[in-house]
Ligand binder design. Structure first.
Ligand SMILES: Nc1ncnc2c1ncn2[C@@H]1O[C@H](COP(=O)(O)OP(=O)(O)OP(=O)(O)O)[C@@H](O)[C@H]1O
Ligand SMILES: [Mg+2]
Length: 458
């Protein structure tokens, strides 16, 4: 008549999201309906946690009486006297209870939904679990709730895990994008560096040739002009044809101008020579490894390359560059890369001054003479600072945090890549273990502060 399974403590269950009713503590307490109802009373008193009793007739399931329904009914006047000694069948027929039957392979999540669909007066009744072999067992509704709450905790934990994984994946993607950008830019810079170095080399030969010969040209012309003077001194009255030729070529003017002209050609070639030097300095292909260099030289050669951009082609407006260089120690760095960062930041300063950036809200700012200030200082024994400030249009607060994002640009479509600052950031921060900060006030200007250690961490 009676069989009781060992009941596991619901809290010790090792549940998964897809756990089924089989994994929960189930009661197998059966009573034949021919037995008197008082037997049920005895069983309920012996097993205080027993949620209900399965009733059978010749070992076939016929119904179920829960602890709550049993005592509720038996506590009514006369009920006990009326039913206690009679076969339980009478009580079952009288109560005519609806039972919620769920198959044992139903998931706990599904089962709780089915159980909660019951009418409210039956909401806390135990659930009859049907096994694959066609047997029945009882599940305390409280146990089902408990299991469900455990699964919910599990779901939340897994959700957090998924969120964490997606965060890691996103960060990975960002890294990948950054690396790709860097690789692309490195490739571009290497190619550009090669090109620049090649051109510099090609220009250098003929320019050295001109510069070398100009010295002699100057001397020879001076000699020839002296000789002409000598002739004029000793032959003040030359033939008419010579006098005509002197008048035609305006000898006096030629004498003054010719030497000036040659001198300015010399200055010109010296300038080309400087630019070639700057180009070589900038590309520094042969110096892609670290070197100990004078940072000021790098800034100066970068400035020289940007010289032509300091004048606005349309308005003729000219940017003044003020340099305040402190004495700096030599810095161990990747000079080619650092020059690239200086170049990017200086080019932006020029763009900002000449209004090449398009911000939708632009405060009307006082007209001011365009200025770029470059200041350097060493802050301690191990670090130097380079400040590059412009008095351009400034950067709105909400955009300041996006400056170093790859592809962030406020230039009109097709004009800017939005890569320069992110590359500069990588060069200063990743490559040199330094810092790159930006201070800006809209309408007043912007300052980029580069802090780098004077020794590179290997
Ligand atoms: N000195 C500055 N003043 C004002 N805005 C600046 C300054 N420097 C950078 N910015 C802002 O940061 C953005 C990103 O700069 P970045 O150099 O990366 O790209 P870009 O200048 O737009 O394009 P590219 O450098 O390819 O020409 C610019 O579009 C601009 O909005
Ligand atoms: Mg730029």
């Amino acid at each position: 008549m009676l069989a009781i399974d060992t009941i596991k403590n619901g809290n010790d269950l090792n549940l998964q999201l897809e756990s089924t009713l089989q994994e929960l503590p189930l009661w197998s307490v059966y009573v034949e309906v021919a037995h008197p109802a008082k037997d049920l009373n005895i069983l309920f008193e012996q097993q205080p946690l027993l949620p209900g009793i399965i009733l059978t007739c010749n070992q076939e399931y016929v119904g179920m009486i829960s602890r709550q329904r049993f005592f509720e009914h038996m506590s009514r006047p006369y009920s006990f006297a009326l039913f206690a000694k009679r076969p339980t069948e009478n009580l079952l027929k009288f109560l005519d209870l609806e039972v919620c039957i769920i198959s044992e392979d139903t998931s706990i999540v599904e089962a709780i939904q089915l159980a909660l669909q019951r009418p409210s007066q039956l909401a806390y009744e135990p659930i009859l679990v049907k096994t694959k072999l066609g047997n029945y067992k009882l599940l305390d509704f409280h146990q089902l709730l408990l299991a469900y709450s455990q699964i919910q905790v599990l779901t939340l934990a897994q959700l957090e895990q998924v969120e964490e994984q997606s965060r890691i994946a996103k960060a990975g993607f960002r890294n990948l994008k950054n690396n790709y950008t860097r690789l692309l830019q490195n490739d571009k810079m290497a190619a550009l560096g090669q090109l620049v170095a090649g051109i510099a080399h090609e220009i250098n030969n003929p320019v050295s040739f001109i510069a070398g010969n100009l010295v002699h040209a100057l001397n020879y012309s001076q000699d020839l002009l002296d000789l002409v003077s000598l002739y004029q001194k000793y032959y003040p009255e030359p033939a008419a044809e010579i006098q005509d030729a002197i008048a035609d070529i305006e000898l006096e003017f030629l004498r003054d101008d010719f030497l000036d002209l040659l001198k300015s050609m010399k200055v010109g070639t010296e300038r080309i020579h400087e630019i070639v030097l700057a180009l070589r300095n900038f590309s520094r292909l042969d110096e892609s490894e670290k070197k100990t260099v004078d940072i000021h030289e790098g800034i100066d050669s970068t400035l020289l390359l940007l010289q032509s951009r300091l004048e606005n082609q349309q308005t003729g407006q000219l940017i003044t560059v003020v340099k305040e260089y402190e004495k700096l120690p030599l810095v161990e760095c990747y000079p080619g890369l650092l020059n690239q960062a200086f170049m990017n930041i200086l080019a932006n300063a020029i763009d900002a001054i000449f209004n090449n950036y398009d911000y939708s809200i632009l405060p009307s700012s006082e007209p001011k003479s365009p200025l770029i200030q470059i200041r350097t200082e060493s802050i301690d024994d191990n670090h130097i600072i380079i400040r590059i400030a412009d008095n351009g249009l400034g950067i709105p607060k909400d955009m300041q945090k996006r400056l170093f994002d790859p592809f962030f640009t406020t230039k009109s479509i097709g004009k800017g890549t939005g890569l320069s600052l992110s590359i500069s950031y990588q060069i200063v921060v990743d490559k040199h273990g330094g810092q790159l900060q930006c201070l800006s006030v809209v309408g007043k200007g912007t300052e980029f502060i580069i802090t780098i250690p004077i020794h590179l961490d290997s």
